[in-house]
Design a binder for this molecule. Structure first.
Ligand SMILES: [Zn+2]
Length: 207
């Protein structure tokens, strides 16, 4: 569970109460891809739109220490990796060639710094593992970890279960379980309601 104790109520309301899509807990890259969402009604929410929001997102996923203070450029680097990972996921799902610029961006993030946590020692903690400290290195480590996970997701055993949520206007990706291809109960209910409405009125609103 995430702890929100440090977050003010105003900031809290910025994060929509939507559970992570299936697979997002195991694959931070999938979670990253889903961090800019289109909500029912068409509003957009970006969970990485400010340095504070991006910092919380990373801390909640164990990708940055709680005291990391991200800068604007750090948040924007995370958002730009996301905008490269999304087309890669889409190309894998649709069986299209992977976009070369997206591959280059993911490979750059992969090789910028090692994804491994460093072994460190301090008098208070003894031996422990963490990222190196300067904020840019924290962010680069997070980018490397997210890029490595994207590569693993796209080529590993889960790749064939990767799909896009089938409930418009939702834009989240998920790992399919059986026939279920919705990212959440809310999306499933909305898709069923839309189908029922289409049957009643004899109109098809969506495919
Ligand atoms: Zn959805």
């Amino acid at each position: 569970m995430r702890t929100m104790s440090r977050v003010t109520p105003v900031e809290q309301s910025a994060e929509p109460a939507l559970p992570p899509a299936p697979g997002a807990a195991q694959h931070p890259a999938l979670d990253l891809a889903n961090s800019a969402l289109v909500l029912p009604g068409g509003q957009r929410a970006d969970l990485l739109d400010t340095p504070g929001a991006a910092q919380r997102w990373l801390v909640d996923r164990g990708l940055a220490p709680a005291d990391a203070e991200l800068r604007d450029t750090c948040a924007s680097r995370l958002r730009s990796l996301r905008e490269r990972i999304r087309p890669l996921l889409a190309s894998r799902i649709e069986g299209r060639p992977a976009p070369a610029d997206a591959l280059a961006a993911v490979n750059e993030a992969l090789t910028l710094v090692p994804a491994a946590l460093l072994l460190q020692w301090s008098p208070e903690h003894g031996l422990y593992r963490s990222t190196a400290h300067p904020t840019t290195q924290i962010v680069e480590h997070a980018l490397a970890t997210l890029a490595a996970d994207a590569a693993e997701l796209l080529t590993g055993p889960d790749a064939d279960r990767l799909t896009a949520c089938g409930s418009a206007p939702c834009n989240r990706y998920l790992l399919r379980h059986g026939r279920r291809h919705w990212c959440s109960t809310r999306c499933g209910d909305r898709a069923r309601a839309a189908r029922a409405y289409a049957r009643r009125t004899g109109r098809t609103e969506e495919d």
